[in-house]
Design a protein around this ligand. Structure first.
Ligand code: SAM
Ligand code: SF4
Ligand code: SF4
Length: 339
């Protein structure tokens, strides 16, 4: 006897709908940030096998299937998404899906300067650039010896000039590593009208040597910032917004905090992740993914039914279980699912 198919749009076992999709376009990266893809663990030629990636046609079908299930926000990521060929063409195809309300991209910014305008013209609405330090030597070390901060700053300026306003900046603060970058980064963001978000250092993947002592809790950062530039809490834009946002009382923009270690937000987690080779991860800390390619080969409707079934069986809440005996121990690598 066939099981009853799940309703569309589906809800998971905790009643959470599916609203956001993070789609990795490529598993390769031109950086080797030690907290994500340490050089000593990931060889230089990792992820360059284009044949294993979903094609542009497959990506469009996949996104349309997720949209049928209620996804309204899509973020393109990687690896480094700007390494993906024909990216503006892909963006234009995805931007043409009418139900998608938000189309964003996260990048390390090293290759952004020459591509920012084409991405904007293709219909990309928002861009986030990762920036953990302004000091050239520290930046280089944090990129695993691969990145130059000047190129990233040029990319951010080009994005701003192309009409991304504001540009969002992601910073992962690590105790004893880049804490001194706090005020220089804030001064830079305030001066240029960019929005800085601090993400707590997370125990993603299996190879970044995470230790709780290295996490700088958002509350501590917020208090340090507030002592220098008073902050005022902002209302969330929508339920389940990941960042807690504050406005600078002097009117010079806002700052956000993503506190998945110190203040888990699994209860409102409406996000699915798909790797570049078409595997669905229902949690950033899931051990394994579900191969979507067989259902994808049958088309949009079949894939939507399949994903609805998988989502309706979801019970992930790793950040609420972290440190307890029942917390899963194996996690997918961050560079496969893109954060
Ligand atoms: N390569 C692009 C970039 O760096 O922006 C996109 C992919 S990267 C995996 C997405 C985000 O994950 C980046 O902002 C990065 O700082 C963040 N990230 C990577 N490892 C992390 C960790 N261990 N804890 C918290 N954030 C992390
Ligand atoms: Fe690459 Fe981004 Fe991971 Fe750094 S955080 S290694 S830029 S995927
Ligand atoms: Fe969502 Fe998993 Fe993060 Fe919880 S730990 S917020 S379920 S991705």
């Amino acid at each position: 006897m066939n099981a009853t198919p799940p309703p569309i749009p589906p809800h998971d076992l905790f009643g959470r709908p599916l609203r956001d999709l993070r789609l990795s376009l490529i598993e390769a990266c031109n950086f080797r940030c030690p907290y994500c893809m340490p050089a000593e663990r990931v060889p230089d030629d990792y992820g360059l096998d284009a044949a294993s990636r979903l094609s542009l046609d497959e990506i469009e079908t996949l996104v349309r299937a997720f949209v049928r299930l209620g996804v309204r926000k899509l973020r393109l990521t990687g690896g480094e998404p700007l390494l993906r060929r024909r990216l503006p063409e892909l963006v234009a195809r995805l931007a043409a899906i009418p139900e998608l309300e938000d189309l964003a991209l996260t990048t390390n910014g090293a290759l952004l300067a020459p591509q920012a305008r084409a991405l904007r013209e293709a219909g990309l609405r928002r861009i986030t650039v990762s920036l953990d330090a302004l000091d050239p030597g520290l930046f280089r070390a944090l990129s695993g010896g691969r990145g130059e901060v000047e190129a990233v700053l040029a990319g951010i300026a080009a994005a701003h000039a192309a009409g991304f306003a504001p540009v969002k900046l992601n910073c992962v603060m690590q105790r004893g590593v880049n804490e001194d970058a706090l005020f220089p980064l804030l001064e830079y963001a305030r001066r240029h009208g960019h929005v800085l978000r601090f993400i707590e250092f997370m125990d993603v993947g299996t190879c970044n040597g995470w230790r709780r002592e290295r996490v700088v809790p958002s509350r501590e950062l917020r208090d340090r910032i507030h002592a220098r530039w008073p902050l005022r809490p902002l209302q969330p834009h929508y339920r389940g917004e990941v960042a807690t946002r504050y406005a600078f009382a002097d009117g010079k923009g806002e700052v956000g905090f993503v506190s998945s270690v110190s203040e888990p937000f699994c209860g409102d987690c409406h996000r699915a992740r798909v790797s570049a080779d078409g595997r669905l991860y229902t949690c950033l800390f899931a051990a394994t993914g579900h191969d979507l390619r067989p259902a994808l080969a049958e088309g949009e409707a079949a894939l939507a039914r399949h994903v609805a079934t998988l989502w309706s069986q979801r019970a992930d809440r790793y950040s609420e279980l972290r440190g307890t005996p029942v917390a899963p121990r194996r996690h997918v690598e961050m560079f496969l699912v893109g954060g």
